[in-house]
Design a binder for this molecule. Structure first.
Ligand code: NAP
Ligand code: MN
Length: 271
């Protein structure tokens, strides 16, 4: 089994990554080697943000890679191992059953003038905004006109990303067992010209959401996806759909999504 360790530059993460490496090397006959290029398992050490970066580092190898997240702060959503559980993690690696859980990811196809196409993937969400002022955009669902948006921006989130930015802008929390994507408005203006549904929309893996913005043609729009972003123009449209490939997480123990939501956002019941 080939392992890559991907960490952030925080001092504690550096120490935890080193401790993990030593513990793996200390296992006799473990049949584990380190390979940053073509790993079977990527262990992210840091926060959920670090796992998002690890996903983008290995997003061309999703069919062969399984991810594990070790959180060096609190318990995370993707990073659901904690820094005091390294022995248990090493034990799980040496008894690896090759099992995994899969979560859907988002695919955005960006079409620029001059027939230039770019595809990006997101584990949490893609957000389109303008650097200054409001964004105007036409939203189409399956090539049919849906609504005309004016406001701060639009977010399209995955189910596992639904607890991140999407939740802060009023989106619903969605089970990652559903092959779904969620379109959420950010600060929409509603009047006679610009009229939007106003509530988040959850779409299936048969649906394509298209965003066409005149601002994306002449002025610069920001495309933020997970921990990454760029500013662009000459962008004719973006098509969003659920990607054909999913992200896989090594399944060494039962991690219940709703339990994680409960402990992260609500906490123990007051008696
Ligand atoms: P960050 O500013 O450190 O992240 C914001 C927070 O979101 C961090 O606490 C991060 O956890 C957490 N987070 C990341 N993915 C999550 C998920 N799927 N469910 C619940 N919480 C999640 O930036 P970052 O670490 O680079 O993460 C990028 C993400 O931040 C973006 O994809 C976006 O979703 C989110 N974000 C949220 C807001 C907002 O809520 N207003 C605004 C901008 C961006 P860790 O501390 O473990 O990294
Ligand atoms: Mn972070």
């Amino acid at each position: 089994m080939k392992i890559a360790i991907y960490r952030n530059d925080n001092e504690h993460s550096i120490n935890i990554a080193e401790a993990l490496t030593s513990k793996i090397l200390a296992v006799p006959d473990a049949n584990i080697e380190f390979d940053q290029e073509n790993p079977d398992i990527v262990i992210s050490v840091g926060g959920d943000g670090t796992l998002l970066s690890a996903f983008h580092e290995y997003d061309a190898q999703l069919d062969s890679v399984r991810f594990i997240g070790v959180h060096t702060g609190h318990l995370g959503f993707y990073a659901d191992w904690q820094d005091f559980e390294l022995d248990e993690l090493v034990d799980s690696l040496t008894h690896d059953s090759k099992e995994y859980v899969e979560y859907p990811i988002l695919q955005a196809d960006l079409y620029f003038s001059g027939s230039v196409k770019q595809t990006i993937y997101a584990l949490n969400e893609v957000v389109i905004k303008r650097s200054f002022g409001t964004l105007s955009a036409e939203v189409l669902i399956n090539d049919n006109y849906f609504e005309r948006f004016k406001g701060d921006g639009l977010s399209i989130a995955t189910p596992s990303g639904s607890t991140a930015y999407n939740k802060a802008i009023g989106g619903a929390v969605v089970s990652p067992n559903l092959d779904a994507m969620q379109l959420t408005e950010i600060g929409s203006i509603n009047n006679r010209v610009f009229r939007t549904l106003g509530s988040p929309v959850i779409l299936s893996d048969h649906d394509v959401v298209t965003i066409k913005s005149p601002d994306a043609m002449d002025s610069s729009v920001q495309i933020a996806f997970d921990t990454l972003h760029f500013v662009t123009k000459n962008l004719e449209k973006i098509d969003f759909k659920i990607a054909p490939t999913k992200i896989r997480f090594a399944k060494y123990r039962h991690m219940n999504f709703w339990h994680r939501i409960q402990t992260s956002f609500i906490g123990p019941e007051e008696k």
